[in-house]
Ligand binder design. Structure first.
Ligand SMILES: [Zn+2]
Length: 351
């Protein structure tokens, strides 16, 4: 194994402070640590094996724990994909994945083996499929029966005026392939329901490496997705927004976390008893139009990407939406958390 100074390593000094790194790994260093770190980082401008590092540190009287300190703070990397600058799509992804995961090799390998079922190809489906295309998943299955309308163009960034009237799945597949010609994409230009989802999952050889990304705007598709994904024990994440709050979760991971309908914690199943029927409520809700825009769509998509990457890194403790519905206020950035838990008797995911 070889080590090299990471491209994300930085150093700065003010009159009173010496700082190494940037972002969550940044730390204040004493003069002694700072100077030794800079020497070691300079030495590692080219890849060296561990023995060479030890020899250098002994010779220059740099304490051996300096190496570990810089490795832990990701100023030194052993991720060889990040050793040299590359003019390709992976390069910046590699740097980012190394910054946010414990094992970027594992995460990339997992993505290459993963089939993503993207249910809903509107704003969130656009952002999520775009986000994943440069990571080269094994396959992307795009499901949506909708056609592109002019009112979609404020957020569904893969579509243009010329695409109005065309199928969302076809245009999205076309645009994704324009960006990454090697992608394996399957289009299902129908609205998802239980039968369609079952057929799709049945057609996948390796059902172990499948993740569902749900951004349907009706509760029916949430019910059918939950039922079918729970039946096949496939994880999925529900992504959306409640007007001006971007929302994700709960991230359903079979045998690990609750589904969105466990305990009806989020009151998704309405009480439809006849005595509670109210014509005015019905009228009001039937004319509801979601204020779908760039901010609420892109923010929830980014939150979802982050949690899915942590899932692929097998870093369960870092997944914020496990047993939680997480919301971010688009104005105050306040975070809301609504907790739930596994309901053993859940009629959707219970055994
Ligand atoms: Zn459940």
């Amino acid at each position: 194994m070889k080590f090299k100074t990471s491209f994300v390593a930085t150093a700065a000094k003010t009159k009173s402070e010496k700082i190494l790194g940037v972002g969550t790994k940044q730390f204040l260093a004493t003069d002694f640590v700072f100077d030794n770190s800079l020497k070691l980082l300079k030495f590692l401008s080219e890849p060296k094996n561990f023995d060479e590092c030890i020899t250098y540190m002994r010779k220059t009287e740099i304490p051996l724990n300096t190496f570990k300190l810089l490795l832990d703070h990701k100023l030194i990397t052993n991720f060889s994909d990040d050793f040299y600058k590359k003019d390709n799509m992976q390069f910046k992804n590699d740097l980012y994945l190394e910054s946010i995961t414990s094992n970027p090799y594992l995460v990339e390998e997992k993505i290459h083996e993963t089939t993503l079922i993207i249910i809903g190809c509107g704003g969130i489906g656009n952002f999520m499929s775009y986000g994943f295309q440069s990571l080269n998943p094994k396959q992307m299955i795009l499901i949506d029966g909708d056609i592109i309308e002019a009112s979609n163009l404020n957020r569904q960034m893969m579509f243009t005026e010329e695409d109005i009237g065309r199928k969302k799945t076809s245009v999205l597949a076309r645009e994704l392939k324009r960006r990454n010609s090697g992608l394996n994409i399957k289009e299902i230009s129908k609205f998802a329901n239980e039968d369609i989802l079952c057929q799709i999952i049945e057609s996948i050889d390796n059902k172990k490496n499948v993740i569902g990304i749900l951004s349907g705007d009706s509760s029916d598709v949430l019910f059918s997705t939950t039922k079918v994904f729970a039946k096949y024990k496939i994880p999925f994440l529900n992504i959306g927004y409640l007007n001006d709050i971007s929302v994700i979760g709960p991230f359903y991971i079979p045998n690990v976390s609750c589904c969105p309908l466990c305990h009806n914690s989020f009151a998704i199943e309405n009480d439809s008893k006849k005595e509670l029927f109210d014509e005015t409520i019905n009228w009001l809700n039937s004319r509801y139009e979601a204020p779908s825009s760039f901010t609420n769509n892109s923010l929830s998509s980014s939150l979802a990407m982050s949690d899915i990457i942590q899932f692929l890194d097998r870093n369960i403790d870092n997944i914020k939406s496990i047993n939680n519905r997480i919301g971010i206020d688009n104005v105050s950035f306040e975070m809301y958390t609504m907790a739930s838990s596994i309901d053993k008797n859940c009629k959707y995911c219970g055994a």
